[in-house]
Design a protein around this ligand. Structure first.
Ligand code: ATP
Ligand code: MG
Length: 443
């Protein structure tokens, strides 16, 4: 993509309503446009990142046997009356009437809808285990939408729902999802901490939040620093249920909780003083095992191998896809702008033609651009007539992992300068090595 043709409405100054750095940077880099409180349009740069995050999640969920579906945003109130949550959900639920005066709502989550799908189509233990997920917009009429996409009213969530025959199998599914979440966050370039949490209105007796440490986070957590040092989860673990259990226990037995269930005595018993961390954090995922809460109230039963009818055991697993865009920026930025982790960057490489109008620089910029495109990379080429200083600032602001400078130095000795955004490391390469070097990085 050439910047001269790209819809990239960047701003020099952050609008004053943006309180946190991620919101400021998202507005300045033209990723989003607010349409009303807590509701946003996603512009090309922002939408690319959102789609990348989605794709990483999809890939990992498919790997553990998840099957993608798509449920609607608009749901009938009847199902929520059946589960008993229609009144409980209160003012956060956006309630709508259609022209025939039927009560509808914009879904804040999907336990009821999925339980209805299950009870309609699945009857036997032979159909289990089953893990269904979708990536869909949710609406919660938050009291205080703020921090840009991190606490929106309309937001994108990946939510999965699991169905198992009994508690033991359902717990194994919970453990698999827990480990899958750790893989997802690490692929997104984040160090997530799983903390025990209060299940809240979803219900159930086992629940973990996945949080990212950040001074602007709305959660307050207490945890054992050991959790930050564990190695990332390898794919083979999922092939053996004993390995799943062992790995899960390693993580789950470390002390890590949200403030509302924090217990000072236990904390002191289970951790050493130098390992105790109390920090603000952003919740990016939440997993629940709630057993038969919805299957009992909504009659989602199964016939087991003895011919008995039993309510199915369920869990649900959510990730805030749109919140993650903000959370990643909170986690990874400097005073110049965003620093995208390679896997989610909207483009991998930015090319800066520093002498636009100069025959050699124009020709070489175009050549590097075409060659990187042919190699399959996503490239943003700044072909505008802006001053060099403003091109540097703009590229740093939008945070692409690699920048290639084409200017006087290239003209004098055929060398192109590369800058790595994250480390600020700079080096010079000849055209061919430059193409190879960047191609290798991204393949
Ligand atoms: P919070 O405590 O932040 O209000 P929650 O516990 O109500 O979130 P869940 O029901 O667990 O949220 O939803 C799953 C995930 O959806 C959360 O972990 C979070 O990442 C995301 N999420 C929830 N509410 C919002 C929101 N208002 N804006 C953006 N993302 C959200
Ligand atoms: Mg939650």
């Amino acid at each position: 993509m050439k910047i001269s043709q790209f819809f990239l409405p960047t701003l020099k100054e952050a609008p004053s309503e943006a309180q946190v750095i991620s919101h400021q940077l998202m507005l300045r880099s033209g990723m989003i446009k607010q349409s009303s409180a807590g509701i946003y349009s996603w512009l090309p740069l922002g939408f690319k990142v959102l789609k990348k995050i989605e794709e990483i999640i999809r890939c990992e969920q498919d790997y553990i046997g998840g099957q993608e579906i798509l449920m609607p945003t608009i749901q009938p109130a009847d199902l929520w009356i059946e589960s008993g949550r229609y009144e409980d959900y209160g003012q956060e639920m956006l309630r709508i009437k259609d022209r025939s005066n039927r009560d509808l709502l914009y879904g804040p989550t999907n336990e009821e809808l999925i339980t209805d799908i299950f009870r309609t189509h699945l009857k036997s233990y032979k159909d289990l285990p089953l893990l269904l997920y979708h990536i869909q917009w949710k609406f919660r009429d938050e009291l205080r939408p703020r921090y840009g996409v991190m606490r929106g009213r309309e937001f994108l969530m990946k939510d999965s729902y699991s169905f198992d025959l009994d508690m033991n199998q359902s717990r194994l599914t919970y453990q698999k999802n827990f480990l899958s979440y750790l893989r997802i966050f690490s692929k997104l370039g984040l160090k997530a901490v799983p903390v025990k949490a209060n299940p809240g209105p979803i219900g159930g007796d086992l629940s973990h939040e996945f949080v990212i440490l950040a001074p602007n986070g709305e959660s307050d957590i207490f945890f054992d620093k050991k959790l930050l040092e564990f190695e990332s989860i390898s794919k083979d673990i999922f092939l053996d249920k004993n390995l799943v259990e062992k790995e899960y226990n390693k993580w789950a037995k470390c002390y890590a909780v949200t403030d509302d269930i924090h217990n000072e005595k236990e904390y002191n018993k289970l951790t050493t003083p130098e390992n105790r961390v109390n920090s603000r954090a952003i919740e990016v995922g939440h997993v629940f095992y709630f057993g038969t809460k919805y299957s009992k109230s909504m009659g989602a039963n199964l016939i087991n191998n003895k011919g008995e009818q039993l309510p199915v055991h369920m869990g649900s697993y959510g990730i805030g896809v749109s919140r993650l865009v903000g959370a990643i920026i909170e986690y990874s930025h400097d005073d110049k702008g965003i620093i995208w982790p390679e896997n989610v960057a909207p483009f991998s490489v930015g090319i800066l033609n520093l002498k636009k109008g100069d025959e050699y620089c124009d020709k070489m910029s175009e050549l590097v651009y075409q060659n990187l495109l042919i190699a399959g990379l996503e490239v943003l080429y700044d072909d505008t007539s802006e001053r060099a200083g403003s091109k540097f600032a703009n590229m740093d602001l939008i945070g692409l992992p690699y920048q290639v400078f084409i200017g006087s130095k290239s003209k004098d000795n055929g060398l192109f300068e590369i800058k790595e955004r994250a480390t600020n490391k700079r080096y010079f390469l000849k055209l061919e090595s430059l193409i190879n070097h960047l191609t290798e990085k991204f393949n």
